[in-house]
Design a binder for this molecule. Structure first.
Ligand SMILES: [Zn+2]
Length: 538
C-alpha cells in the first residue's frame, strides 16, 4: 500500500469511529438553552429522545452522524413550555360540548349543534353560550326545531350565564318532566300550556341531573383534543390542578399505548380517601406522568368576592369571602401529606387564605427541607406575609393579573392592591416562581402568559404604562418561570425545562425572537414546530 492509501484509510477509519450516530441534529438555531448561565447555542444532538450534546453548528456537525438534520435557519428555539397550573382535562371536556358563544341567531345555534354532532356523534348533546340578547329576535328560543332534527338524541344547552337552559323533547322525556312538574327556585317556561324547552334557574336541575356522566371514551377523546390544542401552542408539559384516580389511571394507559404524548404533572384532588390511597402507593413516575402532589382548595375567587380576606371587601360592606374547606380538614390533609413524599398545592387567593395556608404549611413541615409545597394563585398578599414565602413556592398565572386589573382595586382598595399579583416580590422571596394559566379559565396560549408577565397589559395595550409594573418580570425570569422553574415546581428540573445534555428533547421553534421583539408583538408569535422527546408533535 502506498502512503496516500494508508492516509485515506486512516481518515476514513478515524471519521467512522469518531462520528457518533444520532437520531437528529438541530443546526443553525438561535437557541436559548435556559441553563444556569442562560447561555445561547446554535445546535444540539438528539438520541433516543434525549439531548446528548449542545454547542455550535460546526461542533455538532463535526461530531455526529445524524439520521436527520433539521436546519432551523436562524429561527429561535426555547425549551417546550410547561404550564404549572391548568385544567388540561377541563379544556378537553369543554371540547366535548357544543360552543354556542357569539351566535347571532337561533338558526346559527341549531347549525352549530348539527355540525358538532356530525363530528362527535354523542348520545347526549350538551353545550353553553347562547344569548338571545345577541339575536335579532331577542326572545327565548323554543325547542321545535331541535325536536325535528334530533327526535331521539337529548339536547340541553345553557345560556351564556348558566341561568337558563334549552332542552329538546328527548331530554325532557328522559328527565320525566311534564307540564305539571314543580317549579322550585325558578321557572319552567310554557306557551299555550305546553313546554317550550326553556328552564330557568332551579328547574334546570330537573334536566341537568339526568345528563349521563362522561364515558371513558369521551374522557379519552377530551384528553386527546386538549393535547392537540396544547401542542399547537408550544406546551410540552401541563400541570393539571386536580384529577381523580380514575382519570390518572386512564392517562397512564393512554400514554403507555402511545395514544397520548403530552407530559402530565397530575395533582390529585385531595380528599381523605385519595390522600390515603396515593401516599400509601408512593410517588408514581413515568417519562410522561408524574403523580406526587395533591390539589387542595382553601378559598374562592376574587371576582365573585369568594376569596377569603382578612378585612372586609372594599366594595361590599362586612363581606370577607370564605374558606371553602374547613380549617380542620386543611390541617389534617397537610399533616398526612407532610408525612409522605407528596407535595401539597393549595388554591389560596385572598390574603387571609394565604396567611392561613402559609402558617399551616410551616406548622406541619417544621424543618423538613425541599418539599416545594406550593401556593396556587397567591393573588392578594398582606405585605407582612411576603416573608413567609421564603420556603413556600408561589405558582401564579400572569394573565389573571391582566384579566382582573380592571376591577381588582375596587374589590380590595388602594392599599391592599399593592400586594396583589406581586410576581416580582414573590420571586425575590423564594428565588423562583412557577408560571401557568389556569386554562380554560384563561386562554391556553403560553405566549399570552409571557406577554402578561413582561408587559402587564391587555391586548389593547392597556394600561399604557402597564399594571403595577414594579411587579413585572424580565423576559429571562418569565422564560425561566415557564420552563426550568416550572419544572422545578414539579421536581423535574433534572429532566426537563432547559436544553442541556441529558434532558428530554422537549423544545419549540418560534418564528420570532421572543426575547427581543417588541413586547406588543409577543402574543402574535407563531409556534412553528413542537417536539416532545425529539418527536415532532406539531
Ligand atoms: Zn385552577
Amino acid at each position: 500500500m502506498n502512503k496516500i492509501t494508508i492516509l485515506l484509510l486512516t481518515i476514513i477509519l478515524f471519521s467512522c469511529t469518531k462520528k457518533e450516530s444520532v437520531d437528529t441534529i438541530i443546526i443553525n438555531g438561535n437557541i436559548y438553552t435556559v441553563n444556569d448561565n442562560f447561555d445561547k447555542a446554535q445546535a444540539f444532538a438528539i438520541k433516543y429522545g434525549k439531548i446528548i450534546d449542545v454547542g455550535s453548528t460546526l461542533e455538532i456537525q463535526s461530531k455526529y452522524a445524524p439520521t436527520y438534520i433539521n436546519d432551523i435557519k436562524g429561527k429561535t428555539i426555547v425549551p417546550g413550555f410547561i404550564d404549572a397550573h391548568c385544567h388540561f382535562l377541563g379544556l378537553g371536556m369543554q371540547q366535548q360540548k357544543v360552543d354556542l358563544s357569539g351566535t347571532k341567531s337561533f338558526d346559527e345555534v341549531v347549525q352549530r349543534i348539527v355540525d358538532f354532532q356530525k363530528e362527535k356523534n354523542t348520545n347526549y348533546i350538551t353545550g353553553r353560550g347562547w344569548d338571545q340578547n345577541d339575536w335579532e329576535v331577542k326572545e327565548f328560543p323554543t325547542k321545535e326545531k331541535l325536536d325535528e332534527l334530533f327526535p331521539n338524541t337529548p339536547i340541553a344547552v345553557q345560556r351564556v350565564d348558566g341561568h337558563a337552559l334549552l332542552a329538546n323533547q328527548a331530554a325532557i322525556d328522559l328527565a320525566g318532566v311534564t307540564t305539571n312538574s314543580k317549579e322550585e327556585g325558578g321557572f319552567i317556561v310554557k306557551k299555550d300550556g305546553k313546554l317550550t324547552g326553556i328552564f330557568i334557574d332551579g328547574p334546570m336541575r330537573l334536566i341537568s341531573s339526568k345528563i349521563p356522566p362522561a364515558s371513558i371514551n369521551e374522557i379519552a377523546q377530551g384528553l386527546k383534543d386538549a393535547e392537540r390544542i396544547c401542542f399547537n401552542l408550544g406546551l410540552t408539559t401541563v400541570d393539571d390542578a386536580g384529577l381523580s384516580r380514575e382519570v390518572v389511571e386512564l392517562i397512564d394507559s393512554l400514554q403507555k399505548s402511545g395514544e397520548l404524548k403530552m407530559r402530565i404533572y397530575a395533582m390529585i384532588s385531595a380528599s381523605d380517601k385519595s390522600i390515603d390511597y396515593f401516599t400509601n402507593k408512593g410517588i408514581i413516575k413515568t417519562d410522561r406522568l408524574n403523580i406526587r402532589s395533591f390539589k387542595v382548595y382553601a378559598d374562592g375567587a376574587l371576582g365573585s368576592r369568594g376569596a377569603a380576606m382578612k378585612e372586609s371587601y372594599s366594595d361590599k360592606h362586612n363581606h370577607f369571602g370564605a374558606m371553602v374547606t374547613p380549617l380542620e380538614d386543611l390541617e389534617r390533609f397537610a399533616k398526612k401529606i407532610a408525612s409522605s413524599d407528596y407535595q401539597m398545592n393549595t388554591h389560596a387567593i385572598g390574603d387571609s387564605a394565604i396567611y392561613v395556608m402559609l402558617k399551616t404549611y410551616k406548622d406541619v413541615l417544621k424543618d423538613k427541607k425541599n418539599r416545594r409545597w406550593r401556593i396556587e394563585h397567591a393573588q392578594i398578599i398582606d405585605k407582612n406575609d411576603f416573608d413567609n414565602f421564603e420556603n413556600i413556592l408561589p405558582s401564579v398565572q400572569p394573565t389573571h393579573a391582566t384579566s382582573d386589573m380592571y376591577w381588582a382595586e375596587e374589590r380590595v382598595g388602594s392599599e391592599r392592591i399593592k400586594g396583589a399579583y406581586a410576581f416580582k416580590n414573590l420571586l425575590n422571596k423564594y428565588g423562583k416562581i412557577a408560571l401557568g394559566t389556569d386554562f380554560p379559565v384563561e386562554k391556553v396560549s403560553p405566549l399570552l402568559t409571557f406577554y402578561a408577565a413582561v408587559a402587564r397589559k391587555d391586548l389593547n395595550n392597556y394600561p399604557e404604562n402597564g399594571f403595577q409594573m414594579e411587579n413585572a418580570l424580565t423576559r429571562e425570569e418569565t422564560l425561566k418561570g415557564m420552563t426550568i422553574w416550572a419544572a422545578y415546581s414539579n421536581f423535574e428540573e433534572h429532566e426537563k425545562g432547559s436544553i442541556e445534555i441529558g434532558k428530554m428533547a422537549d423544545f419549540i421553534v418560534l418564528n420570532k425572537n421572543i426575547m427581543e421583539i417588541e413586547p406588543e408583538n409577543i402574543p402574535y408569535i407563531n409556534i412553528i414546530e413542537t417536539y416532545v422527546g425529539g418527536e415532532k408533535v406539531k
